[in-house]
Ligand binder design. Structure first.
Ligand SMILES: Cc1ncc(C[n+]2csc(CCOP(=O)(O)OP(=O)(O)O)c2C)c(N)n1
Ligand code: SF4
Length: 331
């Protein structure tokens, strides 16, 4: 008897996971064991890298802990778009802290669990780059220094997006934000400013620190699954493009995240007790122009005239990262 293959329009949509296909061909959304901890119905912008990163990170943590997880969330886009009172998109125990104290609140939750002898329940704190690299850094450093039993996840979209795209200390040089306008001789954010919290985390010699990206969700899941089960202070810094704040097309979110890796601007690595133990190779090295030109926050580097000098300075940062983090370049 002739068999008729299932046609594309008969499989169910990609977002619900092509449920009518063979199990091996389905997209991960249809996996019944997926927690969907960040459920649909939230109000993130189209193409939001932070929503995607959080969905994969927290589902990976739920999987690794068999659902025994409590999340503390700093103020920021992730909290605002997921929990407009009285609604919530979270399907797990979830607390909203202040903007700058998620690490301290999570430390308190971990201490309470210890007193109650509920050691099987793990604690995650999460926030944006503003809440992490700026206002929350003191609490985070304390959490690292005391080796508190918390996994802290930073979703780095390189500015304070929730309040209208102000510069943070994770904003890259030359980027236009509401507080670093594209005017004057040095347009956009200054060079030689900002900080790397993954390196700061490593300087505390915590058991685990890593970077990850929404461009490689399997790698992100692997790092979170590993990190959430380690005891002591852990840190994962995830690069999450923001179409609204970067002036980028929503369908370029993954492309931009990938280009950040392939240029060397966002190195992927893992560190244990302050030492880098693994880094991801650059498959095909790309010039920074390719990454910058897709984002309106860098438009002043290309028009009215090509700003070769400042593009070369950004290229130098990318090239330095490749050496510093010993990223193998395959092509
Ligand atoms: C003490 C304090 N200062 C300022 C604010 C206002 N505020 C809320 S969220 C936010 C920006 C969040 O930026 P970030 O942490 O980078 O997260 P994103 O929105 O980019 O994801 C600011 C300034 C606040 N809630 N509390
Ligand atoms: S402003 Fe950026 S981070 Fe916030 S919801 Fe929109 S895309 Fe996501």
């Amino acid at each position: 008897m002739n068999s008729q293959p299932i046609k594309f329009y008969q499989t169910g949509t990609f977002t619900i996971g092509n449920r009518l296909l063979d199990e091996s061909d389905r997209s991960v959304q249809s996996n019944l064991h997926r927690a969907n901890a960040l459920n649909c119905g939230h109000r993130a912008c189209q193409g939001c890298g932070e929503a995607l990163g959080a969905r994969y990170a927290i589902d990976a943590a739920m999987r690794a802990t068999d659902g025994k997880l409590i999340v503390v969330n700093a103020t920021g886009c992730l909290e605002v778009f997921s929990t407009p009172f009285p609604e919530t998109s979270w399907q797990l125990p979830w607390m909203h802290s202040l903007f700058g104290n998620a690490a301290a609140v999570a430390t308190g939750v971990a201490a309470a669990l210890k007193v109650k002898r509920r050691n099987e329940v793990r604690v995650v704190a999460q926030g944006g780059d503003g809440g992490t690299t700026d206002i929350g850094l003191g609490c985070l450093s304390g959490m690292f220094e005391r080796n508190d039993d918390v996994l802290y996840i930073c979703y780095d979209n390189e500015a304070y997006m929730n309040t209208g795209v102000q510069r943070s200390s994770a904003t890259p040089p030359a980027a236009r934000t509401a507080t670093t306008p594209a005017v004057g001789p040095e347009k956009g954010a200054s060079f030689l400013q900002g900080k790397s919290v993954p390196l700061i985390a490593m300087a505390h010699h915590i058991p685990y620190a890593a970077t990850a990206s929404v461009a490689d969700l399997r790698d992100l899941e692997r790092k979170i699954e590993k990190a959430v089960l380690i005891r002591g202070a852990r840190y994962v810094h995830i690069h999450v493009p923001c179409p609204l704040g970067w002036g980028a097309e929503p369908h370029h979110t993954i492309k931009l995240a990938r280009l950040a890796i392939l240029t060397g601007l966002f190195p992927l690595f893992e560190a244990e007790f302050g030492e880098i133990v693994d880094s991801t190779a650059i498959r095909v090295k790309e010039p920074v122009e390719k990454y910058l030109s897709l984002q309106k926050r860098f438009a002043h580097l290309f028009s009215p005239a090509l700003d070769r000098d400042r593009i070369a300075r950004i290229q130098a940062i990318a090239d330095r990262n490749i050496l510093k983090f010993k990223l193998p370049v395959e092509r």
